[in-house]
Design a protein around this ligand. Sequence first.
Ligand code: C2E
Ligand code: MG
Ligand code: MG
Length: 697
Amino acid sequence: MDAPTAACACLFEAIVLSHDDAMFSITPQGLVSSWNPAAARLFGVPQAQALGQPLQRLLPQYCGTLAGDAPHGGGLSAQSFVRDPDGRLLPVLVTRSSIRDPALGALGWLLTVHPLQRTLVAGSGSATRAHQMMNVYESLVECSDDAIITKTLNGVVTSWNPGAQRVFGYSAAEMIGESITKLIPEERLHEEEMILQRISMGQRVEHFETVRLHKDGGRVDVSVTISPLRDAGGRVVGASKIARDIGERIHAAQAIWRQAHHDALTGLPNRKAFGDHLQRAIDAAEQAAAQLAVLYVDLDHFKAVNDSLGHAAGDELLVAVAQRMRSALRASDLLARLGGDEFTVLLPGLEQPADALTVAAKLHRALQPPFEHAEHPIHASASIGIAHYPRDGRDGMLLLRHADLAMYEAKRNGRNRSVGYEAAMDQRARGRLLLAGDLRRALHQGELFLLYQPVVRNGDRAPVKFEALVRWRHPRLGIVGPDRFIPLAEESGLILDLGDWVFRRAAAQARRWREQCAEPPQVSFNVSPLQLSSDVDSTAQWPAHLQAIGLPPGCMVVEVTETVILDDSPRIAARLSELRRQGLQVAVDDFGTGQSNLASLSRIDVDYLKIDQSLIRKLPADERKLAICEAVVAMAHRLGIQVIAEGIETDEEQRKVQDIDCDFAQGYLYAQPLSEADATRWLLDATARWRAEPPAR
Ligand code: C2E
Ligand code: MG
Ligand code: MG
C-alpha cells in the first residue's frame, strides 16, 4: 500500500469508527467483513461476534432490508425500521453501496444505517417530544391490526409489522427482502404496476380495495392505502403501505345483503328484492313503452300440509314448488318468495297481456304432478292473480296489491286457477275491509242471530231436525248473509269466537225445544274448517258445555263441508272423532260440490251426508245425475250413513229424492230459514199435523 493510499485508509477507518451511523460491510456471500461501534450499539451485537458471521444469522429480521435487492452495482436508499437492543423500533434510512475493485470485481456491500430519529430530534428542537412521538408511532405500528409494510420502488419488502403477519400469514423474516408480488394474485399483478407508478410520481393511493394472497393459499380481501417514502432530499425511495383485512366486513356485508334480499328457505329473491327489481323493470318499461306483468301465486290448502305432515314437510314442499316454478319460467322472468306460501313472478318484456295467462297456465301445469313425500305423495295447486303494467297500475306496490286482489278472487272462485285484475275488485276489497272491521263489533253487540231451517224425514215429513244458519243485522246494510261475512271471519281469525257463539246459541235453542216438545228435534250447526284445524281447539269444550246445560250430545250435529274431509288433516280427523266419541253427530255438508270422493268417508266416521242443492237442482231432468245420486245414497247406506237432500224447492224434486231413497229433505218447499219464535211455532204445528194425520209410513 503506498503512503497516500494508507493515509486514506486510516482516514476512512477513523470516519467509520467514529461515525454515529451504523456502518458495516458484507462479502458477496453475505458474511460480515466490517462492523463499526455504531452498528454494535444499534444492533446490540459486539464487533467480535459479528465479524465473519453470515448477516442472515446475525440479523435475520433485517436481512432483507439490509441486503435485499438493488440494481447490481448501484446504490440503494430506503426508509425502514430496526429494533434497538431495548426492543424499540427505530425508523432508519438504509443506504447500501457495492464495493467494487476495478481488478477484482465485486467485493461486497457497504451498508449505512442512519437512525432517522436524530434527524427528527434535530428538526423539532425538543428531544423529549420527538422521543415520545417515536414511541407512540412505534407502538401504533406494533399493535396495529392492520398490516403496515414498507417496500422499495421495486416492490421489495423492507419492513413488516405483526399486523402484516396476522393479515397475510408470513412472518417478518419470511417477507423482508422478498418481492411484494408474492402476495399478489396473478390476475392482479397489473395493480402493483399501477400503484408503483403513482408512488414514483409522489402520489398516494387511498383505500384501494383488492384481493391478496395469504400464506396458506387463501385469499384476503384488503383495503390498502399506499404513500410514498422519501429520503432526506425529498426523493421518493419507497412506499409505505397500510393494508386492512376487510374480509369480515365484506362477508358480513354479503351476508346482510343476502339476508336482506333472499329467502333463506328457497334461496329465491325475497319481497324486498322483488320490490327493487319490479321498480327497475317498471322504469325500463316506461322508457321503452313496454308492458310487463306481475303474478301473485298462493298455494292452495298449504296450511293443511303443515298441520298434517309437519313444518319440515311444509318447508320441503315449498322448496320443491319453488324449483318447479323456476324451471317452468324463462331465465329473464323473476320468481320471488314473499313469505309463507306466497310467491310472485315478474314477467318483463311482455308482448301482449294474454301471454301472462299462458305463463300462469305453465305454472299450474308444473305443479300438477304429485310431490314426492316419505309416506305418500302430496298434491299441490296454486291460485294466481295477474296484474299488468301499465294497464292495472304504474307503480310497483300498486301492481303487487292488484295482483294480490286478483289472487284472492281466484281463491274465492274455487282455487287452482288464474284471475286477471279488474277495477271492481278494488271496490269489493274496500267493502270487505270495512265489513271486517264492523264484524268484530257485531259479535259483541248482539248483531248476530241464528235462523233455523227445518229438515224433514222423507216419506212422512216428520219434523226431525233443524239447521242453524247465522245472520248479521248490520246497522247500515241491513241483514247480511253468511256467504258475505263468514269468509271475513275466517280471514281475521274471528271465526273461532263466532263459531263458538253459534254452537252455544244453537245448543241453548235445542235445550229449549227439548223442554217444549215430546219428540225434540236435533239441531245441526255449521263449522268452519278453521275451527277444526286451528291451534286453539275451541271444540274441546263443547261436550262439557252440553252436559252443563243438560242436553244429550246426540241432539247436536256438526256440519262440516266436503272439503274438510278431502283435506286429509289428522288434526281435523282427530277433533271430529273426539266429538263423535263424546256423542255428537257429524254431517258432511255440500256433498257433490268438491271433488266428491266416497273413499274419503272411510277415513272419518260421519253420520249424515247432505247432497248439495246444485246437484238436487239438476235431478229432475238429468238422468245421469240421478244415477249418480242413487249410487251415492246406496253407497252411503252401505257405510251406515244417512242422506239428507238439500235445497228441495219443488214437489218434483221432493219426489225424485224420495225415489232414490234419500232419508231426509231440507228446502224452501218445507220452510225457509226461520227465526227462533217462528221455528218453534213451525215445529209445534208440524208435530201436531204429523201426529194427527201421519201419512202412510
Ligand atoms: P249450508 O250449510 O249448505 O246451508 C244451506 C244454505 O242453503 C242456507 O243458506 C240456506 O238458506 C240455503 N237454502 C236452504 N234451502 C234452500 C232452497 O230450497 N233453495 C235455495 N236456493 N237455498 C236454500 P245460507 O243460510 O245463506 O247459508 C249459506 C252457507 O253459509 C251455509 O251453507 C253454510 O255453509 C254457511 N253458514 C251458515 N251459517 C253458518 C255458521 O253458523 N257457521 C259457518 N261456519 N258457516 C255458516
Ligand atoms: Mg250446512
Ligand atoms: Mg249445504
